[in-house]
Design a protein around this ligand. Sequence first.
Ligand SMILES: Cc1cc2nc3c(=O)[nH]c(=O)nc-3n(C[C@H](O)[C@H](O)[C@H](O)COP(=O)(O)O)c2cc1C
Length: 222
Amino acid sequence: MTRVPTARSSSLPHQEAVFRLSFKGQICVKDHVARSPQSIVTYRDLANDPLPHIQEATVAAMFIPPAARNAEQVLATALQEKLIAELAASDTLVIGAPMYNFNIPSTLKAWIDHVVVFGRTIGQGLFNDTRVIIASARGGAYGPVTPREGYDYQERYLRAVLGLIGLDDITFAHAEMRAAADGDPGLAQFASFATDSLSAAQATIQAEANRPRGLPTPGALS
Ligand SMILES: Cc1cc2nc3c(=O)[nH]c(=O)nc-3n(C[C@H](O)[C@H](O)[C@H](O)COP(=O)(O)O)c2cc1C
């Protein structure tokens, strides 16, 4: 650790939206706050405090300007607006995302459905300056030449859907073979792979946390 993570040109406190679905995300946040105590962390435990799915009125409101919405639509979009504002105020978004059935848990999908909104956030550039760190845990392994290569819809999906709202500065840290680490006797031969994978994922997260951000690029100064 040689530099303060998320270094910025201003001394304003950082804001983070943190979505905990796995312990890997917590490691990252703990490290970050330890080195940058002025950080503001907004923590959402989507696993234990799940968001409601979007409703019919939420979808209808996507096609109606805010001033013309009825009371039900205003109410339905209130949570959506809160989550969008939370994200817009963040310079770093940390997502803890285990792989479930080759994709993400539905609890995380519910959050995505609230913040990726046609006519409101898609293509609007609201989050262009926000970088994303995704700490992912997987029971198996999905790298090149593994039997399940090609079954990884988790990273592919997250890159695609977050890209729709301008979140394309994304770092993935995958801790793979957790089933072996969790003691599955049939996978004992992969125990050291699991240990190495977790170490590599943590190193990826820490390197990302050290990456200076918010500093003006040479082009921006002229
Ligand atoms: C409902 C469910 C579905 C899962 N599906 C997959 C899967 O498709 N592929 C995989 O590699 N692991 C799968 N796993 C294993 C998890 O990804 C693994 O246990 C991971 O470590 C969970 O994250 P956590 O340790 O942060 O809870 C699944 C686990 C659960 C509970």
